[in-house]
Each structure stands twice: as C-alpha cells, then as structure tokens.
Design a protein around this ligand. Sequence first.
Ligand SMILES: *Cc1c(COP(=O)(O)O)cnc(C)c1O
Length: 433
Amino acid sequence: MYEYQQPDARGHFGPYGGSFISETLTHAINELRQAYARYQHDPEFLREFRYELAHFVGRPSPVYHAARMSQEMGGAQIFFKREDLNHTGAHKINNVIGQAMLAKRMGKPRIIAETGAGQHGVATATICARYGLECIVYMGAEDVKRQSPNVYRMKLLGATVVPVESGSKTLKDALNEAMRDWVTNVENTFYIIGTVAGPHPYPMMVRDFQSVIGQECLTQMPTLMKDLRLPGQQPDAVLACVGGGSNAMGIFHPYIPYENTRLIGVEAAGEGLDSGKHSASLERGTPGVLHGNRTYILQDENGQITETHSISAGLDYPGVGPEHAWLKDIGRAEYVGVTDTEALEAFHHMCRTEGIIPALETSHAIAYGMQLAKTMRPDQAILINLSGRGDKDIGTVADLSNADFYCRPSCRGQSVKGGVGTPAEQPIHLIQS
Ligand SMILES: *Cc1c(COP(=O)(O)O)cnc(C)c1O
C-alpha cells in the first residue's frame, strides 16, 4: 500500500495549495478551519451527513458494468459510477450538503456561491431551500444569458441570482464579486465553493466530502468484478474528468493507496492541446497563484490568466485543484486531454450504446476510457466516474451537431437499414456549425 498523507497543517500539497488571501479574509478563513477541524470527525456531524446522502441524495449511487460498450471496444471491462443518479443530477450535491451543514453549526444563515454553468448554483440553492438558509448566487451576466434554464431553477428554489456585469461577465468575474461580498458580510455569511480549489481548508474539505464516491466504489467493485469472474478485486484504472477537479478527487482519493490502480484525470483539450483554445491547466499550464492557492494555471509570460475554452462549461476553468498538481508531480495520477469533437462523439456513443445521456464534462472521461479499454485485456477493468447527467447539455449538442444528424430519413419514419440507432454500422461524424 502506498503511503499518502496530504495536505500538511497549513494546507500544502507539496509546493501547492496553501492560502493566499487578503488580510480582510483571515478571520473568516480561520473560523472555517476551526469549525471544520471540530466537526470533521464528530460522530453526530458524520451521522447527519450520511443520513442526508442516503435520504436526500439517494446514495449509495450504483456502479454498473457497461456490457455493450465493453464488448464493442473489445478490451477491458468498463464500469460506470452513477453520480448522474444523485438528486440534482451530478456529484456537486455531496459537497454542498457538507458545507451547508457546517454553515448551520457556525450560525451563518446567509450562503453565497458563484457559478459558471449554473450546476453548483442549483445544488447550493437546493440545499439552502432544504435548510432554510438565504442563498445568493453570483453569475456572470453572459452566463446568465447562456444558462437560462439553470437560472430559472435557482429562482424557483428561492435563491437570488446576481448577474455580474464587470470584466468578461463570466465565472472569474462572478468569483471576484462573491469574494467582495464575503469580505463585507463575513459575520453572517458562509461561502460555499463548488470544487477542490480556493484557500485552505477548501481543497481538503471538498475532497473529504466528495470522497464518499471512491469509498463506495472500494466496496462495490470487488463484488461486480467477481460476478464477471475477473481476477482482480479493484479496477486497473479509475478515470474522471477534471475541471476544478472535485469529482476526480472524490473517486481518486480512496484509491491512492492502491498502487495497482492507475488514476487518470481527463482535461478539456478544447480545439486541441496546441490550439491555444483549451482548459488543460495540468498539461499546458505552469505553477502560479489563482483563487487563493498555488497550482497549475493557464497564464501568459506576464502571469496574466489566458482565455480558456471547452465545449463543456463545467471544465472551462483556467486553474485546477492543488492536490491534482501534486498527484501529477509525484506521478501518482496521470492527466490527459480530450478534444471537444472526441467528447461529442463519446456523448453520442454513450447515449446509443448504454441508454444514458451523460454530461458533456463526463463525456471527456468516457472518450478516453473507450480508447484506453481497447489497449487492455478483457480480464481487466476500467472504472469511470459518471459525474453527471446531460439533460442540461442537449441544447448545446443540438446547436453543435449538423442538422443532417437529426433529419436522416429514418427520423421521418422511413425505414433505413443501419440508420439512426445503430452506431456500430453507421459511425457518427459531427460537423461544428
Ligand atoms: C461541475 C461539473 C464538473 C467539473 O467539476 P469538477 O470539480 O472538476 O468535478 C464535472 N462534471 C459535472 C457533471 C459537473 O457538473
């Protein structure tokens, strides 16, 4: 077993992580550290957390064997951890519940959050409704326009959505605004961060809350693998997409001691790793400080954050959680990139082969998993974290797919052999409009 104890007392994962914050936030951060240290191992806190995960979220989420996809690839057996079946449709709710429970105990009735695509905003608004907490969500004005269904969801749940008009009117501007709010209202306000980023203790705390994903897999996989008469107990590789890195840390962390299990994080290579239009912080970034911690970031020679791009809003972030930076440096995890086009192909493949519409974020991990499976033996296993469902993405997919894809003769009731629905015979070629 591999020895691993991270972070240190001040939140360092090797040279990464830590806490880079303004003087005005020192008090709030110290308060949070003390609260988390107090409740982290508190039996009553953990009992309530488990109760909420079981009865409100619907955990444990199942793992299942993707028989058709595995057979088509002709290599390793592919398994999916179904975080898409959670309440609100993704892994984000696990973390949000933990932080909201802390807020209650700290006597903070007002919750703030920032969101890009709106997924974290919806999860936060959901738990605030359940706990009777005030909820303010900052969102770039551009994103408010692009993600109107999620904005409406948040409003239905009773949250106030504040459109941020400064800068590029996207996630990073919303983040700045949330920080400003926190400084002004520290006394009664708790800032719920949606991924393993931010100053210490956030990366550790969010990882701990999300680790329920990997812990469940550790007990679920041996049975599933035995049923298939596979020789191993645990998968040969565990895969997850990486935006900020919380669903990946959640499934990776319990597997770190299992040296025979490869951990593979899949970043958004956008239009290509060398196109300059991607969000692959670990593969193309350099160490620097962003949002309160040291990590790999996408920056130019002057330390200016560069524009990022991905087909999936949830992966479109110029940094990454500091623990991933450390896992990369020590070689315990590997990081690869998948392009927009490859992710879209995997999205369609998943829909038609497995009957699951995955999130576009998740589709990146699926795309890499499908390629990797082909290079492995049928008695080996790959476990992919299915971080979320794709209902939120069908508009994007429809816009990006060529019209012909939706209007083949078979769609109009004519019978065409090998038409829509038989991907093996008719590979899907998408043209971006
Ligand atoms: C937000 C989101 C992600 C990316 O966030 P991580 O912190 O990297 O997990 C991935 N998948 C889904 C479905 C998401 O909603």
